[in-house]
Structures are given as C-alpha cells and as structure tokens.
Design a binder for this molecule. Sequence first.
Ligand code: SIN
Ligand code: FE2
Length: 196
Amino acid sequence: MRLLPSLLPPDQQRRLVAELRLILDRAPLYSPAMPGSGKPLSVRMSNCGPLGWLSERSGYRYSPTHPLTGEPWPAIPAMVLDLWHSITGVAYRPEACLINYYGATARLGLHRDQDEDAGDAPILSISLGDTALFRLGGPERKSPTRSVRLSSGDMVLLDGPSRHWYHGVDRILPGTSQLLPEGGRFNLTLRRVTRP
Ligand code: SIN
Ligand code: FE2
C-alpha cells in the first residue's frame, strides 16, 4: 500500500468538497445494511460514477442506481478523474467512486475489497476532513496490522499485491480538521469494477 500524504492542497480539498455537496444533493447519503443481520453500518454512504457499491441484507453488489431514489449515480467529477489518471498511471477510467461519510463515532471493520471483476486494477482513496486511524493489514485476516493516520488531503493507493490486502478504519479523531463545518470525514474510494 502506498500512503501519499498531503497530496491534495487545501484549495483543492475545498473544491472537491463543493463538488461532493452537489453530488450528495442528488444522491443523498444513506445508512447501508450489513449483509445477513441487516443492521445499519455506522458509516453512511453514497456513490458517483456509472456503478455504485452497495451493502445490503442480501450481500454486496454494484448497482447503476441509488437504492433509495432509484436514479443513476451522478458522474465522477473531472478533477477526481484527473487525480485517478495521474496517480494510478492507468489509461482506463474508474467506474465506481464510493463516498463514505464517518461521523464522530463511525468505524469500518477490517475487510478486503473483492467485489470487482477488475481484480488487478488499482484502488485510490482520498481522505477529506477529520483524521482517521486507518488499519493496514496484509493478505490474510490474521496478518500483522499497523495503524496509520490519514489526514485531510492524504491518499492511499492499493496497487499490486496490496490491492487485495485487509484494511479498515478504527476510528475518527473528531475536531482534527476545519474542512467540513459539520465535522467528520469523507473518504472517496475509486475503483474499476469491470475488466478494462
Ligand atoms: C474503505 O475501505 O472502503 C474506506 C477506507 C477509508 O475510509 O479510508
Ligand atoms: Fe475498502
């Protein structure tokens, strides 16, 4: 995994948040259900791009439409596509941009991203707002892990073997960023879903 600190300068972070607000006006954040139990995740989610990642009682899947509005997801902003191409170096576009919102007490358990047919394509994640304690694991659930701080403007690139490594968010450090008036943290995860 490559941690890319402070890659997005503050003015670009603000531009990106403004783009996010427009997206979320059309595709509102919602509380996804955990597969099996149907209990709500603490992280609220939305998506942009041709496909969006959904967690439902019946399992995980990609969908071209928002589960509550039934509308297609808004497009991925041009500045986000530019970041994808310049940082990953790949010519094909991402198809899914998952938008996670972490309030003060939200967390995300250790998991691997493995619902994509494009298993070799890199994953790029962009952090905005409060700092997260991000847990970096390895190829197996029992692999050793370590904790790193992800601050606003930091990015993480999962490429090569690390594309399939375990990771999660232990917690958010409330009040560590002034970027979002409501507090909390947005994370954008860009993924290719179908084989390029
Ligand atoms: C994720 O793994 O889906 C999100 C990671 C993060 O919020 O940094
Ligand atoms: Fe993930």
